[in-house]
Design a protein around this ligand. Structure first.
Ligand SMILES: [Zn+2]
Length: 177
């Protein structure tokens, strides 16, 4: 039986997922990791570039959609042996556009190597660091309303949100005392 385990996390305000597959055949287990890029968090011009146009290839069984994802910045990100996955996670019907990009540890040279969750997690963090290196002006969520702001500092807050937050804590302290 195939068993799948998943771990999700967030690092520098970017979500990621680690997957482990055990095929139950006594062979080594397999790992993958994915980084979720919310295009609202990207500078506008870059965001449009990352929402790839689908390519359609005809097979005897029908058409298949795929993407030419071996482009900047994906090809320069620190994926394990390069990106092997691109998909559109959400972004239909006016939802925010979120893409999923990832890689796997199933190459020939991975056969002798033992991996574990901590190992992959440190890789995925490095991969997110590389995204920040390539795109230093990734927007950060306001810590009050969650909307993305074009600032580099982590945990920013809108001025108007700061006022609301102050009012809230004042009220809360009054009720308490
Ligand atoms: Zn705000």
């Amino acid at each position: 039986m195939e068993e799948k385990m998943e771990w999700s996390g967030k690092y520098r305000n970017i979500y990621f997922k680690i997957c482990n597959f055990d095929y139950g055949d006594g062979k080594k287990d397999k790992w993958t990791f994915y980084v979720y890029i919310n295009l609202n968090q990207m500078p506008r011009r870059i965001a449009e570039k990352l929402w790839l146009k689908p390519k359609r290839t005809k097979f005897p069984s029908g058409y298949r959609t795929h993407y030419d994802y071996y482009i900047w910045p994906f090809k320069d990100m620190d994926f394990h042996s390069g990106i092997t996955w691109y998909s559109k996670q959400t972004g239909f019907d006016k939802d925010p556009r979120i893409i999923q990009v990832g890689c796997d540890y199933m190459h020939l040279w991975d056969k002798e190597q033992l991996y574990n969750q901590n190992y992959i997690e440190s890789d995925v963090k490095q991969c997110i660091d590389s995204l920040y290196r390539l795109i230093p002006n990734i927007k950060q969520p306001c810590r009050y309303c969650g909307k993305f702001m074009a600032v580099k500092e982590e945990n920013p807050i809108h001025e108007s949100c700061q006022i609301k937050s102050d009012e809230f804590s004042k009220k809360y302290t009054q009720v308490k005392s």
